[in-house]
Design a protein. Structure first.
Length: 255
């Protein structure tokens, strides 16, 4: 995979959630949010492969509602309830040869609005969709939400299949690293995605570099925002238009 990228960071410039993000626990460890991979049996395999949007929605609901520590078993019940409440999600999570979808933003919007209002938390929820002009608007909305103690559902999409790296932070090196996974051939690398929902929990500003702190697959990672923009802007004009439409955020404003 080549030499590791290491970005130094004194981590004094964090903008993020006021409280600790949700903790899901089992007998082995504590997780930083949920993980779609837990749903690996035949019936729930569609969640395992394409359920990242459900996981992101449930994570955000739990944080805003104040239920920030629960067992994996109870968390799984909430995920299954989502699928039962929105049966169309099973259709969207069906994989076809060379093609798959995943959860639609309108289902995430409906779930969060209904769940939070049932908890007595009235909110406006909307999928922002296409950003006109500069992506500075997206970053501004993200910063505004996490500064207001609201986690952000973020869709990362690259029609060109250009992977976006998920860095981890090494406290010993005081740096972001991309060599924390050891592959079967002995090389090292990192997690990445080309089309995936995550939850943004903070923004770390390391000099001119902007790292978005995220929850994905039950762990904390960091995305280099500049690298995300490069993936978003890669490929043909048509692909760029698709990226701009489907790489976006769910904006939540408390009434």
């Amino acid at each position: 995979m080549g030499s590791a990228k290491i970005y130094k960071d004194n981590r004094t410039n964090r903008i993020g959630l006021d409280k600790e993000f949700i903790r899901i626990f089992d007998e082995n460890r504590i997780y930083y949010g949920g993980n779609q991979v837990w749903f690996s049996d035949a019936y729930w395999k569609n969640i395992h492969d394409l359920g990242c949007g459900i996981i992101a929605a449930v994570n955000v609901y739990l944080y805003i509602s104040g239920n920030r520590s629960l067992s994996k078993e109870n968390y799984s019940i909430l995920v299954e309830d989502f699928v039962k409440k929105y049966p169309f999600s099973r259709v969207l999570m069906t994989s076809f040869p060379g093609f798959s979808l995943g959860i639609a933003p309108f289902e995430i919007n409906a779930y969060l609005k209904a769940r939070l209002r049932a908890e007595g938390i009235p909110v406006h929820v909307k999928w922002v969709g296409t950003f006109s002009g500069s992506r500075k608007e997206e970053l501004s909305k993200i910063e505004e939400m996490v500064s207001s103690d609201i986690p952000v559902v973020w869709a990362i999409h690259s029609q060109d299949k250009k992977p976006v790296k998920f860095y981890q932070y090494d406290t010993n090196k005081n740096a972001y690293i991309d060599d924390y996974v050891k592959f079967s051939d002995g090389t090292k690398g990192c997690q990445s995605c080309t089309s995936h929902y995550v939850v943004i929990t903070g923004i770390q500003k390391a000099g001119e570099r902007i790292m978005l702190e995220i929850s994905s697959w039950g762990d904390k990672y960091y995305v280099d925002y500049a690298e995300y923009l490069m993936a978003n802007e890669s490929g043909s004009i048509i692909n760029k238009c698709i990226n701009n439409k489907f790489s976006s955020i769910v904006q939540i404003i408390k009434d």
